[in-house]
Design a protein around this ligand. Sequence first.
Ligand code: ADP
Length: 338
Amino acid sequence: MTFKSAYIRLTIYYVLIVMSISIMFSVVIYRLSSREINRGLDRQVRVFQRMPHGQIIPDLEINIAKVHDDQLNESLDNLINQLFYFNLAILLLSAVGSYFFAKKTLEPIEEMVENQNHFTADASHELKTPLAAMRSEIEVGLRDKKFDLKSAKEMLESNLEEIERLESLSNALLKLARYQNEVQINFQKLSIENLIVSAYEKIESLAQDKKIVFDNKLEDFQIKGDRQSLIELFVILLDNAIKYSPEKSTVRILVQKEKDNILVKIKDEGIGIKASDQAHIFNRFYRSDSSRVKENFIGYGIGLSIAKRIIDLHDGKITVTSQPNEGSEFCVRLAISK
Ligand code: ADP
């Protein structure tokens, strides 16, 4: 069922509800009014039928009864007409109003379904690449008549690498899916310094492998947030800073206060990001060309979209300033806890 037909269905249901209420009211109004009109006419008839001294004029009786019936019928016809036009107006108004409300009801669901469809399409596209690489290697191996034990070992090693890629991709996808749905956020008072140190501990070995030095100017402030997701956010930013930086470079972390916000700046001396890419790097699966071409920058374009989602859940802000080949600076703004 398309969303267009769902809009129409829901509109029809809304109109049916409104019209049943309106018709029920009309029936009640008709019954009460007809009783009132009848009573009023009866009263008039009794007045006419009486002589000044209380005597009934017999000749007038038939005529008055006829007038009574005519007047009653005319009044009831008028009432039916008015109720008909009233219900017609309600029908038209409710059709317009119902379509509007049906759209308002279904729009967020439509958006969610569209989002889910995009996600599935993007995810399957990403999953295809390592699978295609494995398949072609196996096919080439099977066709090769001189395929010996050494080549088999090499192929298995390469396949193992692709499997590791698939594993980390599926982990990243699961994380992304978790953050895209309404995650349970457990807000509490947290020390920003403690969060950064916890994140740093998780990526420390990567920094050591590349001999990257960290230059930290951490001040401690209290913020309100979810501990796990904020550590995740800083891990993503620090991991990127290491991944896109040359060996033996420096990554600077600066924490400062600005009005009611805490600013955390993470600055690297890496490959930088072109201005045209900067607007897109927070989109799901977006990778700049420079990171796609280089084999050592393994990634799927998922980290920063998770980071953005975490920031949005905290009503914060994340921005980037960068120059290609000079480095990048990611700035996170979070509200200070009072
Ligand atoms: P991934 O790093 O897995 O590709 P991300 O979502 O974390 O995915 O980042 C998206 C893109 O943004 C990266 O592919 C890269 O092009 C760019 N990027 C992110 N952080 C940096 C950085 N510190 N330096 C240079 N480019 C970066």
